[in-house]
Design a protein. Structure first.
Length: 494
């Protein structure tokens, strides 16, 4: 992944600073609470939601198992429809392809519909380095760009901003990017939306090159699909003469029938709507309508490595609905910036360390950015078991071991700072393998329980600082069972 967010502090430090921001916490609490309640109501309307969820999981798993075949099918269908397909192994290659394509048009401006893949690779920065300016057209992305900020949510990138802050950003920054904000702009939502519409209109009408991502690619026809709520995507996809779409290789679905499942689950899980307001689909080019040239950049950037992990690969099922963020107690308090990635929240905690590796402080800390409450799994429309992957990645961080990086099998060394945890796990493994020692240890701990401290020393202080230590029983369970049930044999069959 791009290094845009690298260099940030590890999650605990970044989260500690975010939690101290009362305005941020208030913005997040109101926004996630509202979205969470609306989503629950929208999902409750569907009698076969569990069946749709299972169907989505199976479609994604089937596609990932046969990804090589379906990607070739996509390439053949797009090419037959008049498009050109490019393959990018990493962020640098993808950026180089897009920069060269824009240069070939002679243009120095592009309009963009919100794309997490282009944020992942740092495309805006790569274009700017070559003298090409990219304009975000999604309302929330526009707010982030004008404010020289970073997105903090998958669906609502400016969720950390309130209306007054947005008004101030529009007033001070719009003029430097194009049409200035109207005089006397207030923080009324309608006025803010109108200011953004007027600001963007001139860019839509002027731009000759558009850049997009895609929510889905249909292999059987080479059709790309973008779902959005404002209409800006429709403008970016139809008005420019050249369209460049950067899409992760995991976004493919085999058939239109498969797409039907996700067009039901995605809007309800993300925006709590029965169907998406704007669903744009295009297949190659046509002489009569839309862009005259279409380029599809298929992005790997760590996805093949993730696919090689039998447990972690389920993260590639993600359809970017953001439901897991809206129910996560950690995200609600820490916000998205603390995750140091374009992918925040629970899905980011398992996706970023797999795409980027766990070599940095921020990536090695992300698997711990969770209470493992399981709420994220319960709401995921494709049944990604995020807690399972989190525990799997924690083991990788602590123990190291074999992984696939850049297509090669390598052995990771254990991360620094986890020596005490590794020693504790080795001691536990030895104790559980020696029943006599375990029984003796349990008896000793029970008999000395009145001498135990109320908090743990050393590294354990961070855990017991916010939790009460469990009260130990006066005797081990085995002794209690033997004393009350063992002699008579009562309950032995249980």
């Amino acid at each position: 992944m791009s290094g845009t967010y690298l260099g940030m502090p590890a999650f605990p430090q970044a989260a500690r600073e975010a939690v101290g921001d009362a305005t941020l916490r208030g913005n997040l609490r109101r926004a996630t609470g509202t979205i969470r309640a609306k989503r629950a109501a929208a999902v409750a309307e569907v009698s076969d939601w569990a069946a749709l969820r299972e169907a989505g999981r199976r479609i994604k798993d089937h596609t990932l198992r046969h990804l090589d075949r379906y990607l070739v099918e996509v390439e053949e269908a797009v090419t037959a429809a008049g498009g050109t397909v490019h393959w990018a192994a990493d962020a640098d290659e993808a950026n180089r392809i897009v920069v060269d394509l824009v240069r070939a048009t002679g243009e120095v401006e592009v309009v963009k519909v919100k794309s997490m893949a282009t944020q992942e690779i740092g495309l805006n920065e790569a274009l700017l380095a070559e003298g090409i300016r990219a304009y975000e057209t999604d309302l929330a992305e526009l707010i982030v760009q004008l404010g020289r900020d970073r997105p903090s949510h998958i669906l609502v990138p400016a969720i950390h901003r309130n209306r007054r802050e947005i008004r101030d950003v529009f007033r001070s920054e719009m003029g430097a990017w194009g049409r200035p904000a109207p005089e006397g702009l207030s923080d009324a939502p309608a006025e803010l939306a109108e200011a953004a519409r007027l600001h963007l209109r001139e860019k839509f009408l002027r731009a000759k090159v558009g850049v997009s991502g895609a929510n889905f690619m249909v292999a059987e026809t080479g059709t790309l699909v973008v779902v959005e709520s404002e209409g800006n995507g429709r403008m970016c996809l139809t008005l420019p003469e050249t369209l460049i779409s950067v899409v992760g290789i995991e976004k493919v679905v085999p058939t239109w029938r498969d797409l039907e499942v996700f067009l039901q689950t995605l809007p309800r899980s993300s925006t709590a709507e029965r169907m998406n307001p704007y669903t744009s689909m295009w297949t190659g080019t046509t002489d009569d309508d839309g862009p005259r040239a279409f380029h599809l950049v298929l992005l790997d950037n760590g996805r093949t490595d993730t696919l090689a992990d039998e447990v972690g690969r389920q993260a590639l099922r993600c359809i970017r609905c953001s439901a897991c963020l809206n129910v996560c107690p950690v995200y609600e308090r820490a916000g998205g910036h603390a995750y140091g990635s374009v992918y925040p929240g629970p899905i980011g905690a398992i996706l970023s360390p797999q795409l980027r590796g766990t070599g940095s402080a921020i990536d090695s800390s992300l698997p711990y950015a969770s209470s493992l409450c399981g709420a994220c799994y319960e709401v995921c429309p494709v049944a990604i078991d995020i807690p399972e992957v989190l525990v799997h990645l924690r083991e990788r961080v602590v123990q190291g071991g074999p992984v696939t990086r850049a297509g090669n099998k390598v052995v990771l060394k254990p991360a620094k700072g986890h020596a005490a945890e590794r020693a504790a796990m080795r001691a536990a493994r030895w104790a559980f393998g020696h029943p006599g020692a375990l029984r003796g240890g349990q008896r000793l701990v029970s008999r000395t329980r009145h001498l135990h401290p109320r908090s743990l020393p050393g590294p354990g202080r961070a855990w017991s600082g916010s939790r009460e230590l469990p009260v130990l029983p006066s005797e081990p369970f085995r002794d209690w069972w033997q004393r009350t049930r063992g002699a008579s044999g009562k309950g032995a069959a249980r």
